[in-house]
Design a protein around this ligand. Structure first.
Ligand code: HEC
Length: 101
């Protein structure tokens, strides 16, 4: 179980606050990935569309992953707005790490 303290800041420097509704059930990393990431990264992480990095060979740590989700990088748009809670951030991190060889 991954425990992280997320202090997520937006481009304007304001802290990104998740505000899931009472009783919100976090979606699985796989579900979020399939919805928001496959168009560029592919189902197996290797598609590489538009310069997307191969996630099976990525060695980014959790902090760096949060950072790229929050800020984006080059052809990767920011993704944090699609995540609804800290738990969903943890789930997506776990999922993409599980794609590694
Ligand atoms: C519009 C295309 C696009 C979408 C959608 C997208 N990405 Fe990316 N992603 C990229 C590109 C392009 C890069 C390479 C950025 C660079 O130049 O370093 C990248 C890089 C990454 C990296 C860094 C890998 C490394 O080791 O450098 C991670 C992690 C990542 N994406 C995760 C995700 C996740 C998770 C999602 C869905 C929530 C997602 N991406 C959605 C295009 C995309």
């Amino acid at each position: 179980m991954l425990l992280l303290l997320f202090s997520i800041s937006c481009e304007d420097g304001a802290e990104h606050k998740f505000d899931p509704p009472e009783g919100y059930k976090a979606r699985s990393g796989k579900l979020i990935y399939n919805k928001h990431c496959t168009s560029c990264h592919g189902g197996d992480g290797k598609l590489g569309s538009g310069g997307a990095k191969n996630l099976t060979v990525s060695r980014m740590d959790s902090t760096e992953i949060v950072n790229i989700l929050e800020k984006g990088k080059n052809g990767m748009p920011r993704q944090i707005q699609y995540l609804k809670s800290d738990e969903e951030v943890e789930n997506i991190i776990d999922h993409i790490k599980s794609m590694r060889k």
